[in-house]
Design a binder for this molecule. Sequence first.
Ligand code: SF4
Ligand code: SF4
Length: 153
Amino acid sequence: MTNYKKSPNPEVKCVVNTCTHWIPGNICGAGNIDILNEEVGKMSTSVEQTMCKTFEERRGLANFIGSADNVNWVGFAEELVGMGRQLNPTVTCIVDTCKYYHKGDLCNIDTIEITGKNAKECQATDCATFEFNGEQSKNEKIQQSREKGEEFK
Ligand code: SF4
Ligand code: SF4
C-alpha cells in the first residue's frame, strides 16, 4: 500500500493520455509513480533518458482492474466529495543525476511534468523536469538490481 507521506513530494502534471492512470486535466491517479532511467544501468544525462515506469497502456476495464493496487483511492474519494485536495501520486525517483534528486529516492521540486503523449510503452515517457547535475551516479548499482526485476519500492 502506498504511503502518502513522502516528503518532499512534487505535484505531478502528466500529458500521457494513453496511460491507464491518466485523468483529464493532466492528472495522474496512481498512488505512486516510479521514475527510472530508460536504459538499465545507464544513468540519465538528458530528459529523454528518463521514464515513468508506472506507465501502463490503457486497454479497457481489464487493464484498469489490473492496476487497481496502485490507485490513489483516498485522493479519488476526496476529489469526488469536493474536499479540494488535488489527486497526486507520491513520487519515487532513483535518477540521482538530476538536480532535484533528494536522498531517499525523493524529488525536491514543486512540480514535475511527465511527457510522452500517445506513448505505447513506458520508454516513450519522460520526466521533462529532469536537469542534469553534471555528476556521476552514486545509485547505479542499486538501480541495476532493481531494474533486473527486483521489486521497486
Ligand atoms: S505516465 Fe506516469 S505520471 Fe503519467 S498518468 Fe501514467 S503513471 Fe501517472
Ligand atoms: S525532476 Fe529529477 S528528481 Fe524529480 S522526478 Fe524528475 S528526474 Fe526525478
